[in-house]
Each structure stands twice: as structure tokens, then as C-alpha cells.
Design a protein around this ligand. Structure first.
Ligand code: F6P
Length: 248
């Protein structure tokens, strides 16, 4: 069992000025979120391990009672009885992998958001493909500035936000971002341990829409404010989503 946590970085200086893109560091609010996030994930990890231990315990009791020819003996007596047999129940336990990775983008605001995690307990990776959608010529502008300086661009984006590509070298659309994230998603599906992704608004929308099967027509408009943590737990028939909000 494992969990995939997704969150946006803490508030950046650009966020508080209403500017998109850029590479500013955290504001004092963002810094507070960074500290709270490390405490929250530390605690969730312990709680999750306890939940899995509980499942292991139930699984062991279930398996043990299966060998006791139907009688409901106490687990202790059953396990001493079963130790004479060839099946080693401990090898059948669901193992909690101690590994827990944190993936950030290569922009300052996500890297600063994970500064309070203990590097002894978490493996941290910085991945360029998790960088925010690149707004080309509109980088560093507010939405109001875009609407007055590039009214046609602004309108085109409103009309088809998924396929609209920002003007200028490297400008991206949501469709481009989906392609850029494909390798990240393949790797997320491949590994077996828990991961916290500390990323950006467009990236979090793309990742959540993948895990929760949200159609691309809705995805670019999903409300994903700062200060929320989403967790996806794989279950037999899809992912189980939980949402936590940071109380300022
Ligand atoms: O404002 C924060 C931000 O992450 C920008 O850097 C980015 O361009 C934007 O959100 C993405 O959201 P939307 O696609 O709704 O403009």
C-alpha cells in the first residue's frame, strides 16, 4: 500500500503580487505552509503505517484462523501452533516500504517548500518536467496586464484553455503539459512507495485529473487553491481521494 500526495508550493512572492510564472521564492505565508507541510506529512506517515499495521494484524489473524481447523483460538496460541508448520506467516505480511520520496519542480518556490523535511527520512528529487506551465511572452504578468496588452491572446485562452498555447519561445498549452508529464506519470505508476509531489497549479490539475479520471474539458478550470494537500490511495477499482486544507 502506498499514497500519492499532491500539493502546490507555498505562496510565492509572485503569487502575492498576482503575477504568473517567474521564479520567486516563498513569501512569509508560503514559509509557514512549508513548515506545516513537513509536520503534516511526518504525522500522516506514522498514521498510515499504523493503519497498515492494523491491516497486517487482521490479515494474520485471518490466515491463522484458516489453519486452526475452524476453531477460533486466540492469535497467540494459533501462531505458536502454526510455527510447527511449514508456512511462515511473517513472509506473507504486507510490507510497508520505508521509502518515501518527495518530488519537486526545479523552480525555487517548490524547492523552498520542502526545506523543512528531514533528508534522513525523505529522498528528495527535483524534476524539470514538474515545472509550471510556461507562459512564454506572458511570464511575470498579471492576468489584467495580459488582458490589456494582449487582448486577443487573453480571449483565445478563455475560449479554449486546454489547447491554447502561450505566445513566444517555449510558450505552452495544457495539452503540451500533459505530454511533458507523461514520463513522470509512468515513473509514478512504476514505483511502489509513497510520493509527495510539490508542484504548481497547472501541474497539480494535470496529475489529479489523471488519477481521478477528470476529463480534459474540465481539467484547466479545476479550483486548486494554495494550501491544500490531495492524497490518492490506489484501491482495486480506482483511486481513493482525500483532501486536507491547511488552517492558517
Ligand atoms: O498563478 C499561479 C500559476 O501557477 C501561474 O504560474 C500559472 O501560469 C497559472 O497559475 C496556471 O493557472 P491557469 O492555467 O488557470 O492560468
Amino acid at each position: 500500500p502506498r499514497v500519492i500526495y499532491i500539493t502546490r508550493h507555498g505562496e510565492s512572492e509572485d503569487n502575492s503580487a498576482g503575477r504568473i510564472g517567474g521564479d520567486t521564492g516563498l513569501s512569509p505565508n508560503g514559509e509557514r505552509y512549508a513548515k506545516a507541510l513537513a509536520r503534516f506529512i511526518d504525522r500522516r506517515r506514522l498514521e498510515f503505517t499504523a493503519e497498515v499495521d492494523e491491516q497486517n494484524h487482521r490479515l494474520e489473524m485471518f490466515m491463522a484462523s484458516g489453519t486452526s481447523s475452524g476453531n477460533n483460538s486466540e492469535p497467540e496460541s494459533v501462531s505458536s501452533h502454526s510455527s510447527n508448520q511449514s508456512i511462515d506467516y511473517s513472509s506473507l505480511r504486507l510490507k510497508v516500504k520505508p521509502d518515501f520520496e518527495i518530488w519537486t519542480s526545479m523552480l525555487k518556490r517548490t524547492m523552498e517548500t520542502v526545506e523543512h523535511f528531514d533528508p534522513q527520512k525523505y529522498r528528495i528529487k527535483n524534476i524539470r518536467s514538474l515545472n509550471e506551465i510556461y507562459a512564454g511572452r506572458c511570464e511575470g504578468m498579471t492576468y489584467e496586464e495580459i488582458a490589456t496588452q494582449f487582448p486577443e491572446e487573453f480571449e483565445a485562452r478563455q475560449l479554449d484553455k486546454f489547447y491554447y498555447r502561450y505566445p513566444g519561445i517555449g510558450g505552452e498549452s495544457y495539452a503540451d503539459v500533459v505530454l511533458r508529464l507523461q514520463q513522470v506519470i509512468v515513473e509514478l505508476e512504476r514505483i511502489r512507495h509513497s510520493v509527495l509531489l510539490v508542484t504548481h497549479r497547472a501541474m497539480a490539475r494535470t496529475l489529479l485529473s489523471y488519477f481521478m479520471d477528470i476529463p480534459t474539458t474540465h481539467m484547466p478550470d479545476m479550483e486548486l487553491p494554495l494550501g491544500y494537500v490531495y492524497s490518492c490511495e490506489p484501491r482495486p477499482f480506482g483511486n481513493f481521494l482525500r483532501v486536507w486544507r491547511y488552517n492558517t
